[in-house]
Design a protein. Structure first.
Length: 354
């Protein structure tokens, strides 16, 4: 009887092609054997954002070479794979279809079952790949792309939304504010780098819903306030926003980041207090922001709460989180892989709405 299960995972929901191989054995945490990732950032920079058709075509070019790379790194053969997992949604429809099509074709060719995974569940469980994995239950701050949510997590597949964004997410606030400042694509990391040189208290920007009494988020008003402030400064200096002095742009970037971080931190602390938990998991691309990590660490220390993050290399979209989520779902008996190779994708898909 085979004592291990090898899960090959594919992520292709947006502008990163990720492939990974995870080994599940017994009741312990699955182990990452190898993963490979190709980012399309350079290709999309010329357009100031992701072009869906170009993203889909690039996934097609990258997915099989990355698969060969992962198998070579792991020292395993394709025929050893037991389950093929893929991101079923949410994401760009055309991009999702690439990963789903390849995964189901491989599953059919190998006579192996396949498993569609929720992209956000992949992010949610990605900290279990870190050197300091969490224990259940915990509160999760999920800050990925167009999603900002606080969730109560009691186990694999046992998720309850505590609060979520009602308009722009934190990642969108970073990206849109960066675009207003002429920082290009991808905006979030560029704004964070510029903010390192600025004064976070230079401009009094709003903290939307900070005192709302609930755990929901709203960042659209902050984006508007950044736009108004930037145009006011440009008008006073009689120049375009991107031509403002570097120290002024740095101060505005730092003030923007400070507003976003304060809301995320205080809402996360409120979620811990509301649930009575002492463990917070942060997942998603914005979770790589160093300012957010510093403030969360300091704030949670005062509550004697633990904070867990994914490894920095696994904060963005990647195949490792998809393979890991699939392995953990199978291990927990939450889902069975299917030998039905007819597939679909779900570009819009709420976590928990299976």
């Amino acid at each position: 009887m085979k004592t291990e299960v090898l899960v090959l995972g594919y992520e292709s929901s947006c502008d990163e092609t990720g492939v990974a191989l995870v080994r599940s054995c017994g009741d312990g945490l699955p182990q990452l054997l190898a993963h490979a990732l190709h980012s399309q950032i350079e290709m999309h920079q010329a357009y100031g954002g992701v072009v869906p058709e170009l993203a889909s075509r690039d996934h097609i070019r990258r997915v099989l070479p990355l698969t060969k790379q992962v198998l070579a790194q792991s020292g395993r053969e394709l025929t050893e794979v037991d389950v093929v997992a893929f991101t079923r949604g949410p994401g760009l429809a055309g991009a999702l279809l690439v990963g789903a099509g390849v995964a189901c074709a491989l599953g059919a060719a190998l006579a192996r079952p396949v498993l569609g995974v929720h992209h956000l569940e992949g992010h949610l469980l990605s900290p279990f790949l870190s050197a300091d994995p969490p224990d259940f239950p915990f509160v999760a701050l999920l800050v990925s792309g167009g999603h900002t949510q606080l969730m109560r997590v009691d186990g694999v597949g046992l998720y309850r939304v505590l609060g979520e964004t009602i308009d722009d997410a934190a990642g969108e606030a970073f990206d849109k504010s960066a675009k207003l400042l002429g920082l290009g694509y991808p905006g979030g990391p560029a704004l964070a780098r510029l903010a390192e040189r600025g004064n976070p208290g230079a401009f009094n920007l709003p903290r939307p819903l900070l005192k709302s009494g609930d755990l929901d988020f709203s960042f659209a008003g902050l984006k508007t306030a950044v736009m108004v402030q930037a145009r006011k400064l440009a008008l006073g200096a009689n120049c375009a926003v991107e031509s403002l002095p570097g120290e002024v742009l740095a101060d505005l970037a730092a003030s923007t980041q400070a507003a976003i971080v304060e809301v995320l931190v205080k809402k996360s602390l409120a979620a811990l207090e509301e649930t009575g938990m002492h463990r917070l998991v942060v997942a998603g691309g914005v979770g790589a922001n160093q300012c957010l990590r510093q403030h969360l660490n300091a704030a949670c220390a005062t509550l004697r709460a633990r904070v867990h993050y994914p490894e920095l290399s696994l904060c963005t979209d990647n195949g490792a989180m998809i393979a890991m989520a699939a392995a953990m779902r199978l291990q927990a008996g939450q889902q069975r892989a299917s030998a039905d190779y007819a597939f679909d994708v779900r570009p819009r898909w709420a976590l928990g709405a299976t």
